[in-house]
Design a protein around this ligand. Structure first.
Ligand code: FMN
Length: 367
């Protein structure tokens, strides 16, 4: 088998105050194995610890409040029971020498009344997404959400701040603000989903106001050096959400504002998530050049592609999502060019430890 142990992607690297064992990041992966009230299971400690050889782990997206929930069986970080359940998971990663950030989530219009106690999901504007929500009773058509009143927005910023405080209490190494994949923050950023006429809509500056208030609130808890953000300017799913009509102007202005705040990194989904690296009208290297902190590249990366992009100077870290599902020892496998296992989709969302924390390492297999 080829020896990649000297690959620059697999060498240690310093990112701000963090010493990473390599440039591979475990991308956030929703696995829907939490309880109905958003408490992650004890066996999530095995799952995350098994993957601690990544330079950095992003947790699965984690709801900042009950209103944020948009998928059945996803975890939260708004109450003490959830914090207590996260604590041993984080400790298990630390015990194996790993680092783990918590991804902070609010799904906005992608939620469903079944997940909102019968209430409508909230959004910048009352525009119905195309497609279906994942509820406890299976897939259900999306509904037209309710547009948030102006005075309902500061309390959501406060939810993020409290969630950031709770993430600290649980022992995480930092937090990633989920401003990607057409969830609430990105619904505010894009003019396709934000048609407000108050101070949170209209101009680019206005559309960025709420996401940047969230970022500032989270920085207030953690300091900018422990906060990253996820962006996906070219992604249309879920909800078949159209791109912003001036995507480089909007996201360029966003990235400038994030850079001025000294954020640790931006984590870009290059292209359409899971589908293609083609990105209509989005120049990712140009966005990266506008940002002074680190750049995490994502979407369909292989070690080969990561090496090429690193050589060009177009990214610092590379996150991988699907490859981590069935390869707990992904970094070891990359090092020796070993074949990667593939997880059947039935194991992606829902269920218990099977297909989750029971994937063998290469050594387990040999044994
Ligand atoms: C099962 C699954 C769950 C995902 N959950 C999240 C999530 O919670 N937060 C997020 O930002 N992206 C999520 N994603 C997107 C991945 O982080 C990643 O962007 C995508 O899989 C493309 O990277 P890959 O080609 O390395 O898999 C998920 C993807 C999959 C396949």
């Amino acid at each position: 088998m080829p020896d990649h142990s000297l690959s620059p992607v697999l060498q240690p690297v310093q990112i701000g105050a963090l010493s990473l064992r390599n440039r591979i990041v475990m991308a956030p992966l929703t696995r829907s194995r939490s309880s109905d009230d958003g408490v992650p299971p004890a066996f999530a400690a095995d799952y995350y610890a098994q993957r601690a050889d990544a330079g950095l782990i992003m947790s699965e997206a984690t709801n900042v409040s009950p209103q944020a929930v948009g998928y059945a069986l996803t975890p939260g970080i708004w109450n003490d029971r959830q914090v207590e359940a996260w604590r041993p998971i984080v400790k298990a990663v630390h015990d194996r020498g790993g680092l783990i950030f918590l991804q902070l989530w609010h799904t906005g219009r992608i939620s469903h009344p079944d997940l909102q106690g019968g209430n409508l999901p909230v959004a910048p504007s009352a525009i119905r997404p195309i497609g279906q929500a994942f509820t406890k009773d299976g897939m259900k058509d999306h509904v037209t959400p309710r547009a948030l009143e102006t005075d309902e927005i500061p309390p959501i910023v406060e939810d993020y701040r409290c969630a950031a405080v709770n993430a600290k209490a649980a022992g995480f190494d930092g937090v990633e603000v989920h401003s990607a994949n057409n969830y609430l923050l990105e619904q505010f950023v894009r003019d396709s989903t934000n048609q407000r006429t108050d101070r949170y809509g209209g101009s680019i500056e206005n559309r960025l106001r709420f996401p940047l208030e969230v970022v500032d609130a989270v920085i207030g808890v953690w300091g900018a050096g422990r906060v990253g953000i996820r962006l996906s300017p070219a992604t249309t799913m879920p909800g078949e959400t159209p791109l912003d009509s001036r995507v480089m102007d909007t996201f360029g202005t966003y990235v400038d504002a994030l850079s001025q705040r000294g954020l640790l990194y931006i984590h870009d989904i290059e292209g359409v998530t899971q589908q293609t690296r083609e990105a209509d009208g989005v120049d990712f290297p140009a966005l990266r050049r506008r940002f002074d902190g680190a750049y995490i590249a994502n979407n369909q990366y292989t070690l080969d592609l990561a090496e090429t992009v690193l050589e060009k100077g177009d990214a610092d870290l590379f996150s991988m999502g699907r490859p981590f599902i069935a390869n707990p020892d992904l970094v070891d496998r990359l090092r020796i060019g070993a074949p990667l296992a593939e997880a059947p989709k039935q194991y992606w969302y829902g269920g218990g430890s099977i297909g989750y924390s029971d994937w063998p390492t290469m050594n387990d297999k040999r044994g």
